[in-house]
Design a protein around this ligand. Structure first.
Ligand SMILES: Cc1cc2nc3c(=O)[nH]c(=O)nc-3n(C[C@H](O)[C@H](O)[C@H](O)COP(=O)(O)OP(=O)(O)OC[C@H]3O[C@@H](n4cnc5c(N)ncnc54)[C@H](O)[C@@H]3O)c2cc1C
Length: 294
């Protein structure tokens, strides 16, 4: 398996990168870590004539907390940079935990949050927890920049809303009241395996001092069980405004089982995935509360 020939550019500004994308149109591909793109090229699924690396763009790897606003993560931040980021660990350890569940160390060392999102693989691990936490995506295009809810980036399996001459530059996770969150995936191996099912939960709770708390708001997102990351709106409705009890979590799990839209493939049957979504939703609701009140 050899890579086909291509021209390689490493622009040092966003405008230079956008000019290159505009000039080469569908012949060009952005490359960041290359962990998705290069295997596809080696397997002759893609043969771009031009690769445009974004690693030299200013601030593209920057992770910072903007006081009173939230955390901004540059699109080229690697999974390991997120896993070990003090800022992300202090504000949203569930994002670090999701990144740590991905692939193996070698892939986490070069694979990036931006590549994980733009690839739009339904089983990708970061989108569910980022969507649950209300993240937005900053997309730069020629002469314009737009900020959209992250969930709107995904339009289908391996399909996204970016134009051929646009770049994802930043993910922003706003400060908010969703202080209890978690992501868990089920995969067929402990490392280096894609999610058969992933579930992310973010909750706003009230009054937990004596161990009993109520759930004021909830966002639940399922991964790998629909063409795009899927909000579990019916399961969210079950828990919103209720006390956090095992019975409520059990009920939410049953609703999650029914509302997800999995397919059968070589990794698991539809029914098996539904059962996993039910169990993981129940489990994640409980763990999110535990995480938030450590
Ligand atoms: C062995 C192995 C195990 C893996 N395990 C997992 C796993 O457990 N969980 C998981 O979710 N993924 C997994 N992956 C998939 C992959 O590693 C991740 O999706 C990774 O985050 C992709 O990032 P990258 O920087 O390598 O993307 P690249 O390969 O560089 O790019 C991927 C795609 O996104 C585009 N792109 C990249 N960045 C941008 C940007 N900023 N703006 C516009 N377009 C952009 C590229 O043009 C390309 O189409 C695995 C991959 C391998 C090889």
């Amino acid at each position: 398996m050899y890579l086909p020939d291509f021209d390689y550019y490493a622009p040092e500004s966003v405008s230079e990168a956008l000019d290159l994308l505009t000039e080469h149109k569908e012949n060009a591909k952005v490359i960041c870590g290359g962990t998705d793109l290069l295997p596809k090229m080696k397997h002759e699924l893609l043969a771009p004539k031009v690769l445009i690396s974004i690693k030299k763009l200013p601030n593209i790897k920057k992770i910072e907390y903007v006081k009173g606003k939230g955390i901004s993560i540059g699109a080229a931040a690697t999974h390991n940079e997120i896993v070990f980021s003090e800022v992300v660990n202090s504000k949203y350890p569930s994002i670090c935990n999701a990144a740590a569940q991905m692939a193996a160390n070698q892939v986490r060392h070069v694979g990036t949050i931006g590549g994980n999102i733009v690839s739009a693989v339904p089983s990708a691990d970061l989108p569910p927890i980022l969507i649950a936490l209300g993240a937005t995506a900053k997309i730069a295009g020629p002469g314009k920049e737009r900020v959209i809810p992250l969930e709107d980036v995904f339009t289908g399996p391996q399909q996204n809303c970016l134009e051929a001459n646009e770049l994802l530059t930043e993910i922003f996770i706003p400060d908010g009241d969703m202080t209890c969150s978690t992501y868990h995936k089920f995969a067929l191996r402990r490392a280096g395996a894609l999610a058969v099912v992933g579930v992310a939960v973010a909750l706003q709770t009230k009054g937990c001092a004596d161990g009993a708390c109520s759930i004021e708001d909830a966002r639940i997102v399922y991964g790998a069980v629909a063409p795009t990351p899927m909000r579990g709106v019916k399961a969210e409705a079950v828990v919103k405004g209720k006390m956090a009890t095992d019975d409520v979590f059990e009920e939410a799990g049953k609703v999650a089982y029914s509302e997800c839209k999995p397919i059968s493939d070589f990794r698991a049957s539809e029914e098996y995935r539904r059962n996993l979504v039910g169990v993981y939703t129940k489990r994640c609701l409980k763990r999110a509360i535990e995480n938030g009140h450590k």
